[in-house]
Write a protein that binds this ligand. Structure first.
Ligand code: C2E
Ligand code: MG
Ligand code: MG
Ligand code: MG
Length: 285
């Protein structure tokens, strides 16, 4: 009967809920232990300036060396860290580590650090960034913070103010994954982003899906007119590089130039300019 089904469903539902709650608590304690035990590492992926072929920045991308699960990617643990609040500690650790790492790189190379929208929920974000910069003694101009549109979607006024204060420290702000989410142009009117990062979903299909091309071209033009840099994310092939360069993007990032790599490898890459395919094969635009 319907009643019995209902009760059975409820039992099943509540036991699943309990399990997932236990699971969440388990993951939260795993995360916190992982931070204490130094299980997290920052990998770096090069951002290449198309006009020169130089690496102009390294994006810090978190990796978790889990004692049982091996290497865990941020797509798996960042959402959980956000849900449980562990992102606050993890995000601060990443910023400190990234600033320290960048001190060992040539002065013209910046470091890009992703900020979670959850970190904006904390009133102390601006002071935290300020303190990390002061302690590390990294020139603020060498730090770029990447945020997504969701930061501007909620708590709009407070988050805009935090962004203004962050930018006033001398660092730059990039809008990540641009073109997905809500992509309201009013954000661009309300805040002077320094860079738009074109989501890899538009770049990935460029050879096969020509309908992505006018979108990439339009974002590149928008960036040019608003005096923002435009980075094409997820460039994997020479053909994609040729297309996004012709479209007017100013920077590229993707497996074609290098996957995210340990810091020592990234530092070595900076000393070896011919290691990048861009130094040999950049299209003449
Ligand atoms: P994101 O910031 O958009 O970073 C780009 C992602 O695309 C990275 O995935 C990178 O490895 C991947 N990628 C780069 N080039 C290519 C390519 O040519 N092809 C393909 N298929 N993928 C490419 P990853 O490292 O797994 O990071 C995923 C997301 O996790 C990041 O997306 C970012 O939103 C988040 N994340 C990573 N580290 C941090 C962190 O320290 N803090 C916060 N809040 N989020 C982080
Ligand atoms: Mg990013
Ligand atoms: Mg992105
Ligand atoms: Mg992304």
């Amino acid at each position: 009967s319907a009643k019995a089904d209902g009760a059975g469903f409820y039992r099943l539902f509540s036991s699943q809920m309990e399990k997932s709650l236990q699971n969440r608590r388990h993951i939260e304690s795993d995360l916190r232990r992982g931070i204490k035990l130094d299980q997290f590492e920052l990998y770096y992926q090069p951002l290449v300036e198309l006009q020169t072929g130089f690496v102009v920045s390294g994006e810090a991308l978190m990796r978790w060396h889990h004692p049982e699960h091996g290497m865990v990617s941020p797509g798996q643990f960042i959402p959980l860290a956000e849900e449980t609040g562990a992102i606050e500690v993890l995000g601060e650790w990443a910023l400190k580590q990234a600033c320290q790492d960048a001190l060992g790189w040539p002065d013209h190379v910046r470091v890009s650090v992703n900020l979670s929208p959850v970190q904006f929920g904390r009133s102390g974000l601006v002071d935290m960034v300020k303190a990390v910069l002061a302690t590390s003694e990294l020139d603020a101009r060498r730090l770029e913070l990447e945020i997504t549109e969701s930061v501007l979607l909620q708590n709009n006024a407070a988050n805009l103010e935090a962004l203004r204060q962050l930018r006033a420290l001398g660092l730059t702000i990039a809008l990540d994954d641009f073109g997905t989410g809500y992509s309201s142009l009013s954000y661009l009117q309300r805040f002077p982003f320094d860079k738009l990062k074109i989501d890899q979903s538009f770049v990935r299909g460029l050879e096969m899906r020509p309908e992505s091309l006018p979108i990439v071209q339009s974002i590149a033009t928008l960036g040019k007119n608003l005096k923002m840099a435009t980075t094409a994310e997820g460039v994997e092939t020479q053909a994609q590089l040729d297309i996004i360069a012709k479209a007017g993007c100013t920077e590229a990032q993707g497996y074609f130039f290098g996957a995210p790599m340990p810091e020592a490898d990234f530092r070595a890459l900076l000393l070896e300019p011919l290691a990048l395919p861009s130094r040999r094969t950049l299209p003449s635009t």
